[in-house]
Design a protein around this ligand. Structure first.
Ligand code: IMP
Ligand code: MG
Length: 190
């Protein structure tokens, strides 16, 4: 039987799937991504955009988003890790991969999967601001405001969700389930 701890690394996909329930179906995600892409395309007309995705969680969302944009874009990636376990973050952020393109003078849109405590994206915003972009905005697929520890301004938000551990559409549970086409939540009471 699967352990109920969302940080476990011993759970199998089959076990995990028995505990996963749909929170946001694929069709609803697609509709919202299209709306966000419309807003972003309107805001960045005549402004060349560098879209920077936060690996790994944002890769599916970003792939869908950029393909709906009506403006020319370049894409880059960053990766950070937070020390500590998944439920109690130490607040220390380590840069694992920096954006490879020059950022100085560019309009940058940072794309993340979930803003939870806000610590990692807050750190990334400071990090990218230090590279002197012409502008910097944040697009996040999901917002869990109940868990916020540092204030974060999300310019383009997909969905606000309750304080639940979610998976799918790029978001993982111990490295797995990123390939689920919908966003599910993990129930821990089974
Ligand atoms: P924070 O905002 O610094 O606490 O970290 C946010 C990151 O933690 C997200 O970008 C995810 O990678 C991860 N995360 C937060 N909540 C969840 C969740 O419910 N499922 C999977 N990963 C999560
Ligand atoms: Mg992330």
């Amino acid at each position: 039987m699967a352990q109920t701890d969302a940080t476990t690394t011993t759970v199998t996909v089959a076990e995990a799937e028995g505990q996963i329930h749909c929170l946001i179906p694929t069709s609803k995600i697609a509709a919202r991504v299209q709306e966000l892409a419309g807003e972003i395309s309107a805001d960045y007309t005549d402004k060349p955009l560098l879209v920077v995705g936060v690996l790994h969680g944002a890769y599916v969302f970003m792939a869908d988003l950029v393909r709906q944009l009506k403006i020319p874009v370049r894409v880059g990636f960053v990766m950070v890790s937070s020390y500590g376990d998944d439920t109690v973050t130490s607040g220390k952020v380590e840069l694992k991969l920096d954006v490879s393109q020059p950022v100085d003078g560019e309009h940058v849109l940072l794309v993340d999967d979930i803003v939870d405590t806000g610590i990692s994206v807050n750190w990334l915003i400071d990090h990218i601001k230090g590279k002197d972009p012409a502008s910097l905005r944040l697009c996040a697929l999901l917002d869990k405001p109940a868990r916020r520890r540092v204030p974060v301004e999300i310019d383009y938000l997909g969905f606000e969700i309750p304080d639940q551990f979610v998976v799918g559409y790029g978001i993982d549970w111990a490295g797995r389930l990123r390939d689920l086409p919908y966003i599910g939540y993990v129930s821990t009471d089974e």
